[in-house]
Design a protein. Sequence first.
Length: 410
Amino acid sequence: MKMTQEQFDIIKAQIKKLTSMDCFYKEKFDGIDVDSIQSQEDFEKLPFTWKGDLREAYPLGLMAVPEEEIVRIHSSSGTTGTPVIIPYTKKDVEDWAKMFARCYELAGITNKDRIHITPGYGLWTAGIGFQLGAERLGAMVIPMGPGNTDKQLRMMQDMKSTVLCATSSYALLLAEEIEKRGIKDNICLKKGVIGSERWGEKMRGRIADELGVELYDIYGLTEVYGPGIGMSCDSKCGMHMWDDYIYFEIVDPKTGEVLPDGEVGELVITTLKKEGAPLIRYRTHDLTRIMTGDCPCGSKYPRIDVILGRTDDMVKVKGVNIFPSQIEEFLSTIEDASSEYQVMIDHLNGKDIFTLFVEVKNGTDMKVFERNVVKEFKDRIGITIKCKPVLVGDLPRSEKKTARIYDNRY
């Protein structure tokens, strides 16, 4: 990624403004000569911002405009630690709606669609973001929020919803319920906009097949507007990022060194137009890579790969680093394995015990399946595990994000 002159000028002006006022970045960049930042290389020497910084700024330390200009706050959905509070100005909300509408348009969604929104509303950015974009587009919104699957399916049928917005976990739950109840012929869905958590190809295939929809990945995080800063297209080769609103880098998670295009690393984002809580070099913890070349869809916006995992999702078992994405990729090659799995990691008698629960198709020989998974896991990933095959539907489903790995060692 090469920073354009326009992006550089915007970022430098932003840093000058932030270091001249009483806000978070005045202290963060104390001792840095802003005038000495003359190039992209100089910019890349600036310190990163990370979530710990944002927690320390609680509640309104990130606010970079007078309080009377703040029209809303949102908070991260994390359940541990001090919350992160992000203030929004009227322009921030409008810009977010513009980006989100652009996401819908990239997926071929129009004002003739009926958009069924299941993510939560409130402090979390998801539900309201999907609604803002849909209203900006001029589409009809069915603002369901999460839960009450019976009502979801009734409204989906009665309102003839054409677009489903959901986490992958809840989209799968709805797909399974539609199949179970035999109401697929009553469902008018054509497209699904899925965000909030990474999902493997096997899960993607199940949702697409059972709902009969085209699926699109949407990207975002509360700290940077919310969902809607990036979106996949019909070409299905990564997600286009709105580089007129954000500048992004891919860095080595350990060293912080900026990586060449095409190499997998941690996504780092700098906001270009955010007023309420601008961010400079914010480490997202999301692992991806910059996609090179032109996209067949013709969009001029640069692309990143779909999120491959998170730096904080990694677990170390018996000296081996393991990511959820590795497990999903592994299971995609195992015959009779479903998309759903769960990992329990325990420590007994001085040893790590890694138990992999996997849903399998009806009629599978459980003993043969178990032996095959244990052998293949050892051969490919490098540790000996316990495998517990279960029937499809036995593992819990979630209306929000599904927890995959439970590390009980600590």
